[in-house]
Design a protein around this ligand. Structure first.
Ligand code: NAP
Length: 538
């Protein structure tokens, strides 16, 4: 018999990562509501709680990858590296949970298994895997965009006698690679971070690459005391910078075209950006993501770098045989990724030419009949992104409408925030919002603040329900499509932005590519117009 743990809550927030922690703070400490966070993990941190694989670190620079809503919180923390490692970010989120006294309203080890809207009571009833139920007026998902692991269905996995792990579900006790033959499947941002580190301790590392990928050096380094002082003393300037750029980063995209400069100048600019490192490489010119010819100049530059770095010509050919425009898939940044292929204990297998056919008790077999003996298989195979974490909660709205049914043809919502038929359900950084195309904490703060203001408005005006109107969703889905098609982003057949990495998933470009500044303006304008496009009822 399921036990009712809590009635009388104003809000349930699902997830205690960056989004959920801030949402709890806003609802409880700004609006004075009773709110509870349900978190599947045994600790707070979300993405940074789960992704403990070797080499895991953030691709956004530390001073921009944190909350900016509170000067005290910002100034009370000091980052140690240009790109913070997973353990440091997890410590930071624990620091936030403690500073804001959030833990008393977070229930850990509580994975949500279903959520059902009860129209007569105007309540959401939420059940966790252990059978506990909770009810509240508002349900806010803070489940992250990349939290449902994609483990490809390769025949024979159950028969594998060694150890296998997915990077997004990394064992807390770590994995000992020493003396082991290791296989890594996947060369996205995660694989590219993990491969150089695993190569240092593994006896032999075989990298199974399906799609060759671009990568630019992160040029990670400890922060100097001068830079740390600059960060401490410039909270407002840094916050304003991240809020003024389309990608939520503290740096702007240069306002010049690839074709404004001579080929020699272009080469110098790319070289300088390569030396500086990081995602900023993408910001060298304004038209890199808009124009194929412009993009080719960047992709040619990176391919030439790969050929310079990697000594074995066949391996270099394989790594540089990249079939999509630069940054049309999420561009990775790395520490010694291409250099790692010069190590004697590392080899590359092209599984586009010879796909993985089966996992055997002793390793992996490709279609050409070759066997690769392995002790450990690392799946760096990504996630059922954006919709996966929402759909697995079995959300049921009005009249028995399931979210899975509403999104059978792909996600449809208004502003990435609300779905018709699901009153008082808000999805932080849902599909249709800028989210993964931006620096996440910036996108998260905007969503959380918008939701908080919306709930404050509802309470001030005695409004019991808010729900996206179907015609608003139609218009928004069209805006999301138009924004994507103004760029090269949809021109990659195997991108997770399109759901293309998951067999059977509808091919829909999910994030909003119009940029954070435009998106913030649109959301603000809609709120100022009394939540235009939403149905509000007493
Ligand atoms: P991903 O980008 O989806 O890459 C998955 C890799 O696995 C791809 O190379 C994919 O090949 C390969 N793969 C999947 N199924 C396969 C199969 N059956 N056989 C062979 N290869 C297979 O996943 P990810 O690297 O985990 O990154 C996901 C996102 O997480 C990133 O794009 C980024 O947004 C985020 N992330 C951020 C950071 C950071 O900020 N530090 C770090 C890591 C990840 P195909 O390309 O051919 O499908």
């Amino acid at each position: 018999m399921p036990k009712v743990e809590s009635k009388g809550l104003d809000a349930i927030v699902v997830g205690a990562g960056f989004s959920g922690l801030y949402q709890l703070h806003c609802l409880r400490d700004r609006l004075g509501l009773s709110a509870l966070v349900l978190e599947a993990g045994a600790g707070v941190g979300g993405t940074w709680y789960w992704n403990r694989y070797p080499g895991a670190r953030c691709d956004s620079e530390s001073h921009g990858y944190c909350y900016s809503f509170s000067k005290e919180l910002f100034e009370g923390w000091e980052w140690s590296e240009r790109y913070p490692a997973q353990a440091e970010i997890l410590r930071y989120l624990n620091y936030v949970a403690d500073r804001l006294d959030l833990r008393r309203d977070i229930r850990l080890d509580a994975r949500v298994s279903s959520a059902r809207y009860d129209e007569p009571a105007n309540l959401w009833h939420v059940t966790t895997e252990d059978g506990a139920t909770f009810s509240a007026r508002y349900l806010i998902t803070a489940v992250g965009c990349l939290s449902t692991a994609n483990i490809p269905e390769i025949p024979g996995l159950a028969s594998f006698a060694g150890q296998w792990v997915h990077t997004g579900q990394w064992p807390h006790e770590g994995v000992d690679f020493s003396g082991k033959c290791v296989g890594v499947i996947g060369t996205g941002s995660t694989g590219i971070q993990a491969i150089p580190v695993i190569a240092q301790t593994g006896e032999h590392l075989t990298v199974f690459q399906r799609t060759a990928n671009y990568s630019v050096p992160a040029q990670n380094a400890p922060l100097t005391p001068d830079f740390q002082r600059y960060v401490r003393e410039n909270h407002t300037a840094i916050r304003d910078a991240t809020r003024s750029t389309g990608n939520g980063q503290p740096f702007a995209i240069e306002d010049r075209s690839v074709f404004d400069v001579t080929p020699e100048q272009r080469q110098e600019l790319y070289e300088a950006a390569w030396q500086k490192g990081g995602l900023q490489f993408r910001a060298t010119f304004r038209d890199l993501l808009m124009d194929r010819a412009a993009n080719e100049t960047a992709s040619d530059f990176i391919k030439a770098k790969i050929r310079q770095i990697v000594k074995d010509p066949a391996t270099a050919d394989n790594l540089a045989d990249i079939d999509h425009p630069y940054a049309a898939k999420r561009p990775p940044i790395d520490t010694d990724y291409f250099e790692t292929f010069n190590r004697p204990n590392v080899s590359l297998v092209d599984v586009r030419a010879t796909p993985i056919e089966a996992i055997t008790p002793s390793g992996l077999r490709t279609r050409d009949g070759r066997e690769y003996p392995l002790d450990i298989i690392v799946f760096a195979t990504g996630f059922d992104a954006m919709t996966g974490p929402l759909l697995r909660m079995n959300i049921v709205g009005r009249d028995g409408l399931t979210l899975a049914g509403a999104w059978r043809g792909g996600p449809r919502n208004y502003l990435g925030l609300q779905v018709a038929g699901f009153p008082n359900l808000f999805t932080i950084t849902g599909p249709g919002s800028p989210s993964v195309l931006t620096n996440m904490p910036v996108a998260i703060e905007q969503h959380v603040e918008w939701i908080t203001d919306c709930i404050a408005h509802m309470r001030a005006h005695d409004i019991a329900r808010i729900e996206a109107r179907p015609e608003s969703m139609d218009r928004w889905v069209q805006s999301v499509n138009e924004a994507a098609h103004a760029t090269l982003l949809p021109h990659t057949p195997h991108s997770w932005y399109l759901g293309a990495n998951i067999p059977g998933k509808p091919r829909v470009f999910m994030p909003y590519a119009g940029g954070m500044v435009r998106y913030r303006d649109i959301c603000g304008e809609i709120a100022r117009k009394g939540y235009e496009g939403f149905a509000l009822s007493r």
